[in-house]
Write a protein that binds this ligand. Structure first.
Ligand SMILES: Cc1cc2nc3c(=O)[nH]c(=O)nc-3n(C[C@H](O)[C@H](O)[C@H](O)COP(=O)(O)O)c2cc1C
Length: 136
């Protein structure tokens, strides 16, 4: 089954942007569902924004993205990258929660409209592999 990777950013609404509990709720449900659906990836929150990477088969990705994009805990969801991949970057993570790296923080602080966003996103996501490896 062909694999794809989606990277998106969104803006947290209300208290979801800061408290720890709302984030733990999201991660708990995500881990459970993603394990069931063979989805893997990473979720970061920084300064009221989410940055999420999701990897898996197309039907599973379409289903999770349909749920996630209807979730009122965030809005202004923008898909930055959606492409076929030859292998997963985060095979061990149904949903890793990471502190935003300085590189991701700097990226989120930009307006993300420059022409080379997909290439920049690829670079950022590749840089997270070591961070998840360190977290094991
Ligand atoms: C920023 C953000 C990221 C999310 N990521 C996932 C995810 O990776 N997988 C998932 O199943 N749900 C995720 N959710 C939650 C979904 O929007 C939805 O609430 C959930 O999938 C419903 O699951 P349930 O039908 O099992 O209750 C996310 C929500 C937010 C706000």
């Amino acid at each position: 089954m062909a694999l794809f990777r989606i990277v998106y950013v969104s803006e947290a609404t209300g208290s979801v942007g800061s408290g720890l509990m709302p984030l733990i709720d999201i991660i708990g449900v995500s881990e459970q569902n993603n394990r069931r659906d063979h989805l893997t990836g990473v979720l970061m929150r920084h300064d009221g924004r989410f940055f999420q990477v999701l990897e898996g088969a197309r039907p599973d990705l379409n289903r999770v993205m349909a749920r996630v994009s209807n979730d009122r805990r965030h809005d202004n969801l923008r898909t930055l990258s959606d492409q076929p991949i030859s292998e997963r970057l985060f095979p061990a993570w149904a949903m890793a929660r990471l502190e935003a790296t300085p590189e991701v923080e700097a990226f989120l602080a930009t307006d993300m409209t420059q022409a080379d966003v997909p290439a920049e996103v690829d670079r950022l996501v590749a840089g997270l592999v070591q961070t998840t490896a360190d977290a094991v």
